[in-house]
Design a protein around this ligand. Sequence first.
Ligand code: FDA
Length: 395
Amino acid sequence: MLEQKDVVIIGAGAAGLFCAAQAGQLGLEVLVLDNGKKPGRKILMSGGGRCNFTNMYTDHGAYLSDNPHFCKSALARYTQWDFIDLVSRHGIDYHEKTLGQLFCDNSAQDIIDLLLKECEQGGVELRMRSEVLSVEPNERGFLLQLPAGDIQAKSLVIASGGLSMPGLGATPFGYKIAQQFGIKVLPTRAGLVPFTLHKPLLEMLNVLSGIATPITVTANNGTSFKESLLFTHRGLSGPAILQISSYWQAGETIAINLFPELDIDGFLNSERLEHPNQSLKNSLARHLPKRLVECLQTLNIVSDVTLKQLSIPQQQRLIEELQNWQIQPNGTEGYRTAEVTLGGIDTKALSSKTMESNQVPGLYFIGEVVDVTGWLGGYNFQWAWSSAWACAQAL
Ligand code: FDA
């Protein structure tokens, strides 16, 4: 006998599990299929093991998409406060780390447990290590072919995520299904990802590996982030770099302001008055890591002079270089370490209210597979929850 379900969801990640729980609790018979051994593998890895599950300042402005308006409806209908309320109802303790980012006090496993309990309440069936061989539309919805036997679904929800971290089970399944049904897929690239550097600069900055400093970083399109920069043995990382990587295109430069807070002109002037014989290097080291100042000397950005030897025009040039340090990354570390995938299912092909395909009734796309990508800081999980909720109401 052919197995029949109201809804089959492909992908037991954040979006798939949340959608399944909601749809199940609305009375639908839901089956979730996933190619992995365990559900929610990315959730478990997220936020350094504590899952940054949402952001208190969630707003459509924190998302990249070819259509920046697309995410508005879902984010407004299932908000960060709705998810925070759910977390509280499950008795999960959490805290704000910084910039509205909410993390579990204990472990990311708490969020997986929450999702699994919600699924259980909705009578959802979860089938792991399940590979879908083919999907064919028919008059009753979709026929799915699996090695263990065929399944007939009235509605099909694709929640298979993006391409980031293939080690955690990422596959292009969602994009392939879209292409099969003639749904446009926008070009994808790695986002929230460290930069690699060209060899000469990397060799000079290598000694800084492990050092972090607060910066403002700006992309060519004018987008800026004031967060921390981390030098690594491969290049540049840290929250500021991950954020700007989503706005960076190959070949472009980024501009780094090493003094995002300080009036450096005023600081150098008062230093010159108080300690005219002090080296410029030692003065700068009061606000920057010493090894970074030494590197800036090697790069001929900082000269080997005392403060009284530093002329006013030299000081102005120095300030320009320290506040507008132009670096051209060689590339990014790619999907291997990227937290997200930019691009994906073209939002023009979907309803922003339900996530259903405009041209294939009954076929839905939610979560990261869609061309909606959030900033670092809990925004991507919030998109998973909001898009999943919007979809579940329509199934
Ligand atoms: P997700 O990738 O979570 O789930 C997709 C599921 O589909 C997976 O279980 C996969 O196994 C399954 N699948 C794939 N192909 C399949 C196939 N062919 N057949 C069957 N199943 C298939 N975001 C955030 O807001 N806060 C944070 O703290 C972090 N931290 C973080 C850390 C790391 C290391 C990464 C890689 C990512 C983050 N993110 C994050 C991003 C966040 O994890 C991501 O945006 C969401 O998990 C996306 O949820 P989805 O459910 O759409 O995809």
